[in-house]
Design a protein around this ligand. Structure first.
Ligand code: FRU
Length: 515
């Protein structure tokens, strides 16, 4: 397709569809139960959400859009929900930004990204989705890349422009989506994920002079894993290492990979590789594929650059069949916004952005102490939203496994955030959970980390989730956790040996304003 005009084919009325969608989400909100609804994570007021979309800072506001099905708590014809903030601390719920109204997107406005153009306007590239047979996946999908523009300074109204890239359906096994756009050395550049007709997962790269007419340039990356058939939500950005050298980080959410040890335990898995890149060529990886997050519920992250920082949100995907929150009128939340950087160890780290500290309302510094063999100590009787900093003295700890029980309720259920000395891992273990998925997820520490004097755990407990940052974000684990009724205690525990603590601080966390 060579065009200076996108293909614009409306089939439904925008205002009507948006009003209907708003009413759909509101009717779920009215009935919503908040026992697990987040206080300080972004979620929809009602309905299902998945991937973060269109992340940006525009005219002084931070914007998070997200995949939304406003008519129920399962995935369905996707819309774009929207929240925004002036400080990344307190958020405002904005009107639903896009509903499927054009021919090419009639079964869903799928994931996409935002970019500021040369005139300072905000553009959105996203995927238009159609089922080939008009109803389901049995005959595949027809996916194309679309363009929209912010119509006002608050980016609450998006003007759809239409299709800018059609799908070469003879070369593609129907998956063709999730555009990410940036300017590289003066040239507009787009990547998106593809499943080729041989079912290989690839990332394709295009360039454009006018942001409308896009020319295919090259395959940026192809997964060497024969089981991986699609790379969803690709992202690609440079970071400086400690010596100031530029490295490129390629990110994707791989579909099809098989579990192997601690790797790829989720249905689909989001990760990255570090390497180098020369524009016009393929990405050259220097590392293996590593997970962004080792928890049970993490997928489809997207990053953006603002204030000289690389910031990333992920979706806490429920993955397994029925998620308990689905009966409460909502389903799905974002992770905290995470700053992405290369650590002195040469690996990618992700830590909560510094603004998150402004959510603290009370801090309790506990006296450093030791938990004796097989003992348990109450840290707090009841916390629904807390941030916990726990520095473990590795040289004086002998326990096989020790850590925090959070969401510990009177019926004996809890979620366990532990350092497993035998396995050399940090785990979120949900074997004692009252409901939801069981099992555990683990982050395997490096030899250096296991030999170090201290292990740092930074734990965020929301009403229905736990996020654990290990050693300044070298690893993160995010999992849902659905406590039972009644007080939600936090306890320290030590199994078979002592747990020596250098520092324990517990902060109360306030709401981000979306409840
Ligand atoms: C990832 C994903 C994307 C797609 C969107 C549809 O979770 O499958 O590839 O654009 O969700 O909701």
């Amino acid at each position: 397709m060579n065009n200076d005009n996108p293909v614009y084919t409306p089939i439904r009325d925008d205002e009507e569809e948006l009003a209907k969608a708003e009413a759909g989400a509101e009717s779920l909100e009215v009935e919503r139960t908040d026992r697990w609804y987040p206080k300080f994570h972004i979620a929809s007021n009602g309905g299902w959400i998945n991937d973060p979309n269109g992340l940006c800072r525009y005219k002084g506001r931070w914007h998070v859009y997200y995949q939304l099905f406003p008519y129920g708590t399962q995935w369905g014809a996707c819309h774009w929900g929207h929240v925004s903030s002036s400080d990344m601390v307190t958020w405002r719920r904005d009107p639903i930004a896009m509903a499927p109204t054009l021919e090419q997107e009639k079964d869903g406005v799928f994931s996409g990204s935002a970019v500021i153009d040369d005139e300072g306007g905000l553009k959105f590239y996203y995927t238009g989705h159609r089922w080939v047979n008009g109803k389901d996946d049995s005959d595949g999908q027809w996916q194309v890349q679309m363009l929209a523009e912010a119509a006002d300074d608050d980016a609450t109204r998006l003007d759809k422009k239409g299709m800018v890239i059609d799908c070469p359906r003879d070369k593609v096994d129907s998956h063709f989506r999730d555009p990410k756009v940036w300017k590289q050395d003066g040239v507009w550049t787009m990547i998106h994920g593809v499943s080729t007709s041989e079912k290989k997962g690839q990332i394709w790269l295009y360039t454009s002079e006018n942001m409308i007419d896009w020319k295919f340039s090259n395959v940026l990356y192809e997964s060497p894993d024969p089981d991986v058939f699609m790379l969803e939500c690709p992202d690609f950005f440079p970071l400086k290492d400690k010596d100031g050298n530029e490295k490129w980080v390629i990110c994707f959410s791989a579909q099809g990979a098989r579990p192997n040890g601690y790797m790829n335990r989720n249905k689909d898995n989001a990760g990255y590789m570090i390497g180098t890149w020369t524009p016009g060529e393929a990405f050259k990886p220097e590392t293996e594929f590593r997970l962004w997050d080792c928890g049970a519920n993490y997928y489809a992250p997207q990053s953006f650059e603002a204030d000289g920082r690389r910031i990333m949100y992920g979706w806490m995907s429920p993955f397994a069949g029925n998620a308990p929150m689905q009966s409460d009128g909502w389903c799905g939340q974002m992770t905290l916004p995470r700053e992405v950087f290369l650590g002195d160890d040469g690996d990618v780290h992700t830590v909560p952005v510094k603004e998150i500290e402004k959510l603290r309302i009370n801090t309790f510094e506990h006296v450093p102490r030791t938990i004796e063999t097989n003992e348990e100590a109450l840290v707090d009787e009841d916390k629904e939203a807390a941030e916990i900093e726990l520095d473990i003295d590795l040289k004086h700890s002998t326990s096989e496994r020790a850590g925090l029980k959070v969401h510990a309720t009177l019926d004996g259920s809890y979620t366990y955030v532990a350092f497993d000395q035998q396995a050399g891992t940090v785990v979120i273990d949900r074997a004692a959970a009252a409901r939801g998925d069981r099992g555990y997820r683990a982050a395997r520490l490096s030899d250096d980390e296991l030999q170090a004097d201290e292990l740092k755990l930074h734990v965020f407990v929301d009403r229905g989730s736990v996020e654990v940052y290990v050693n300044d974000g070298h690893y993160v684990l995010s999992s849902y956790s659905y406590p039972s009724d009644g007080p939600r205690a936090i306890k320290l525990t030590s199994e078979c040996g002592v747990l020596a603590i250098n520092r324990l601080a517990v902060h109360d966390i306030k709401s981000i304003g979306l409840e």
